[in-house]
Design a protein around this ligand. Structure first.
Ligand SMILES: O=C1O[C@H](COP(=O)(O)O)[C@@H](O)[C@H](O)[C@H]1O
Length: 239
């Protein structure tokens, strides 16, 4: 069994973890706004972060000066099933946070690769490095849309290429379901003041323990973050 690092923060329940993470994000954003015109927050989809976003959305911050940027997206338009942009609009960009400026990743194009230049241009207009990120992890060790052995994974893990990459997850090819995604790359996560991994439940804890053991990054791409010498990944876990 892997030893948990000092950056592993266990909480008694999901609400306590959500509260702690939302407060840490608010502090980071507030601090950035004190020294700069704009601050930025990278946000993931998935089922886990909703309570964090709900709490943040009612937090007093100068949201007019905050950029909210998606971490990853299925290659679907807002309004279509599975849109992470819709999820963020519903859970975070409401209440006080409705004033934030949102940057999604979907651009015109039949394939995710077709839309990359337009998405990259939108991202280039933002201030980098971003200030903070809420990342999730699947039981298979994926984070953002960095899926194990996916087509495009090497581009996604690149630190010196574009800030977005297209991804085709192999397991979805088998099911025949829509597989294309667009994701921020490792480069987009450089120099964050707070890089948080929010995970819930025993299956994700077991996956994390496995990812902490030595092994190929391609098998469990979250290892790219866990083992990165310059990324201080703070792990918020609850049962
Ligand atoms: O596919 C995805 O899954 C992960 C984890 O989601 P969860 O439902 O297990 O919390 C998420 O972080 C990522 O943004 C999403 O595209």
């Amino acid at each position: 069994m892997a030893t948990m690092p000092e950056t592993f923060h266990p909480f008694g329940n999901g609400d306590a973890a959500a509260r702690a993470l939302a407060d840490a994000l608010a502090d980071t954003l507030q601090h950035a706004l004190a020294t700069r015109a704009r601050a930025s927050l990278i946000v993931s989809g998935g089922s886990t972060p909703e309570p964090v976003y709900r709490r943040l959305s009612v937090t007093d911050l100068d949201w007019t000066r905050i950029d909210v940027v998606l971490a990853d997206e299925r290659w679907v338009e807002p309004g279509e099933e599975g849109s992470n942009a819709d999820f963020i609009c519903r859970t975070l960009l409401t209440g006080k946070a409705a004033q934030a400026r949102f940057t999604g990743l979907k651009s015109p194009g039949a394939r995710a690769a077709d839309g990359l230049p337009a998405t990259e241009a939108r991202l280039a207009a933002l201030h980098w490095p971003a200030d903070c990120a809420v990342l999730g992890m699947g039981d298979d060790g994926h984070t953002l849309s960095w899926f194990p052995h996916a087509d495009g994974l090497q581009d996604a893990l690149s630190e010196d290429g574009p800030r977005v990459a297209s991804i085709t997850a192999r397991q979805s090819v088998v099911t025949g379901m829509l597989t294309e995604r667009i994701t921020l790359t490792m480069r987009a996560l450089e120099d964050l003041k707070l890089c948080a991994l929010l995970i819930r439940g025993d299956a994700k804890r077991a996956a994390l323990e496995k990812a902490l053991l030595p092994g190929p990054v391609e098998d469990m791409p979250v290892r790219a973050l866990l083992n990165h010498p310059l990324i201080d990944l703070q792990i918020f876990w609850s049962p």
